[in-house]
Design a protein around this ligand. Structure first.
Ligand code: JFZ
Length: 467
């Protein structure tokens, strides 16, 4: 075969690789701005860091902590409207300490924090120029949002702002939910006087969001509450473009648009038409998806806001929920509700530290990894990075663990991450059998590392889950 032909073949294969790369890049280049902003794509640098972070703290907090009821939803239900809307006059969290909150997140192994700056009850947790229903008008007399954002920067965590699109308190937002009405889901059911003024309300949101971006320089904005009729697909895409115009290196979640709350990602036929950079399954672990970025949000207890003696998840449930999520190639945003005095409950701090202790030993198998190649099951999840596959074993199903394995890929070494304890393996053409010790090193999750003779992400996701 003449040098000329070899040379041509080499050029062709390089071309193929380049072509493949651009296709995958294009495929991974997420819509971001939706069908109204086809050229406004997700900022992939910020997305890369977001995905590498994998684990964050969600904080739901406000004057409602004085009643221990649910933030937003308890208004004009468990807490009469009049009472709820005046709680801020008693709200004085003198023990609020931003450095402590960030330290608690760090020792839990969390890499970012998202705070409810304004929830469905319309109260602003900072000193807002555009609202008097804010922290400046509480006995505490000052905001807490900038304080927390600055502390995150100081301690190396990313900061995100949660902002509710709906506002059941604001005079310009249609009265969709009152003591007598429950989510009046269409305008004609609302007397003209209660229909608010959405044009003015949207401007109010834009003013506050510009204020928050300048105040906190956030890595992400976590919208919510776009499911009611006053909010539209068009308004969602317009707001996305406005915000990326203010700050480009930022992510915005899917709930800025008529995000299909509670709808499973695969049920959305054309996600690229909707504005948003990542999906947000709620109170459940999202399905495996290594194409569309996603982040599960979940409470460490039952309620989002603080509730005395609320039922807290066990150490095992907390750690395995995190691993099931990263094994599905998603992020976990784990929620705490601080108390009315500004402190986070000690039992929640202790539980989070237990997660951090596990991550101190096994963090290599979580941070910067991607989910797969094995789909999550109730006793095994997998992640991978560089030339390593990490098998997270929740329980020992027998003396040997047999797994289908990619042809032509050799496992050079196998060992438990904790203490690098070697394990016996037998590999044949299409499978590997791993001899498991009688007792796994960790009864919640033991990480077994398979070191390969090539990058792990060359291995296709193994659909079959009967292992
Ligand atoms: C929303 C908020 O209502 C809740 O207070 C909390 O902030 C959470 C993170 O997000 O909760 C939802 C959102 C959507 C649905 C249910 C609860 N939904 O579509 O079924």
């Amino acid at each position: 075969m003449t040098m000329k032909i070899i040379d041509r073949l080499r050029k062709q294969s390089l071309l193929m690789v380049a072509l493949l790369a651009t296709i995958t890049m294009a495929k991974a280049q997420l819509s971001g701005g939706g069908e109204a902003n086809p050229d406004l794509l997700t900022n992939m640098e910020v997305l890369k860091e977001f995905r590498e972070n994998r684990f964050g703290m969600f904080i739901h907090w406000g004057p409602v902590a004085l009643r221990g009821e649910e933030i937003g939803w308890s208004r004009s239900r468990q807490v009469p409207e009049e009472d709820y809307d005046n709680l801020y006059k008693e709200f004085n969290p003198i023990l609020f300490n931003a450095a402590e909150w960030v330290q608690i997140a760090k020792q839990a192994g969390m890499k970012y924090i998202v705070l409810t700056t304004r929830h469905h009850d319309g109260f602003s947790l900072w000193d807002s120029e555009y609202s008097d229903y804010d922290m400046a008008n509480t006995p505490y007399g000052k905001g807490v949002v900038k304080e927390l954002a600055d502390e995150c920067k100081k301690q190396g965590l990313d900061f995100g702002i949660y902002y509710s699109i709906l506002d059941w308190w604001h005079p310009d937002y249609p009265k969709t939910r009152t003591a007598t009405y429950y989510e009046r889901d269409s305008p004609e059911k609302i007397p003209m006087a209660d229909r608010g003024n959405m044009v003015r309300y949207v401007q109010y949101m834009k003013n506050q969001l510009k204020e928050l971006i300048e105040l906190t320089d956030p890595s992400m904005i976590w919208f919510d509450g776009g499911w009611e009729w006053p909010w539209t697909h068009e308004l969602g895409m317009d707001l996305y473009a406005y915000l990326r115009g203010l700050k480009d290196d930022m992510l915005i979640n899917n709930r800025i648009d008529k995000a299909l709350h509670g709808v499973r990602i695969k049920e959305i036929s054309n996600p690229e038409d909707y504005a948003g950079d990542y999906q947000t399954p709620e109170q459940r672990i999202g399905e495996f998806n290594n194409d569309i970025p996603w982040e599960t949000c979940m409470t460490i207890a039952d309620q989002w806001a603080w509730k005395p003696n609320d039922k807290m998840k066990s150490k095992k449930e907390c750690i395995q929920t995190l691993l099931q999520t990263v094994g599905g190639d998603g992020n976990l945003l784990f929620n705490v509700g601080p108390m009315l005095d500004g402190r986070i409950e000690q039992r929640q701090i202790d539980r989070l530290k237990e997660m951090g202790d596990w991550l101190k030993v096994n963090g290599e198998a979580v941070y910067g990894t991607r989910g797969g190649p094995y789909l999550p099951t109730d006793h095994l999840v997998s992640t991978h990075k560089d030339n390593k596959i990490y098998l997270h074993l929740f329980k020992r199903e027998g003396a040997n663990l047999s797994l289908p394995f990619a042809k032509g890929t050799k496992i050079n070494k196998a060992y438990f991450l904790d203490g690098e304890i070697p394990v016996q393996i037998e590999q044949d053409k299409e499978s590997v059998t791993i001899s498991l010790p009688t007792g796994l090193p960790d009864d919640i999750a033991s990480v077994l590392v398979l070191e390969l003779n090539k990058p792990a992400n060359d291995i296709n996701i193994i659909k079959r889950v009967n292992y």
